[in-house]
Ligand binder design. Structure first.
Ligand SMILES: [Zn+2]
Length: 122
């Protein structure tokens, strides 16, 4: 089973307009990007040291299909490790068939906003 078909034609992500769009989209968890077909961005803050880590996932490789009566949705499971400490965070995000986020949780940390990531990085 292959989830592709609706994502044909997007091979380059180096379009500068696309990175602006991606930044915009990152503020709206749950909104499906019509242009950036594959990238999924999340920001998580480590509970132990406060480091904000950007997590990038790709729909093509990172999503698991949730099967019920056909494909009912997708899920993303990521282990996230920062550089400041060795706490491993376990992120689970669930999507419906249209790649809208229906549930997201993280063990050992919490979800952060892109602005928190930018503030921590400077
Ligand atoms: Zn940490």
């Amino acid at each position: 089973m292959c989830p592709s078909g609706r994502t044909k034609g997007y091979s380059s992500t180096n379009d500068p307009a696309m990175s602006i769009f991606r930044r915009w989209w990152a503020r709206l968890p749950g909104a499906a990007p019509p242009g950036e077909a594959h990238a999924l961005l999340f920001y998580v803050r480590c509970d132990r040291c406060g480091e904000v880590i950007r997590v990038r996932a790709d729909r093509r490789w990172d999503l698991l299909q949730e099967l019920g009566d056909g494909v009912t949705g997708y899920s993303l499971h990521k282990d996230v490790l920062g550089i400041r400490c060795n706490q491993l965070m376990r992120m689970v995000v669930r999507f419906d068939r249209d790649y809208r986020i229906t549930q997201q949780e993280i063990e050992g940390g919490r979800f952060a906003r892109p602005s928190e990531y930018e503030a921590a990085g400077s």
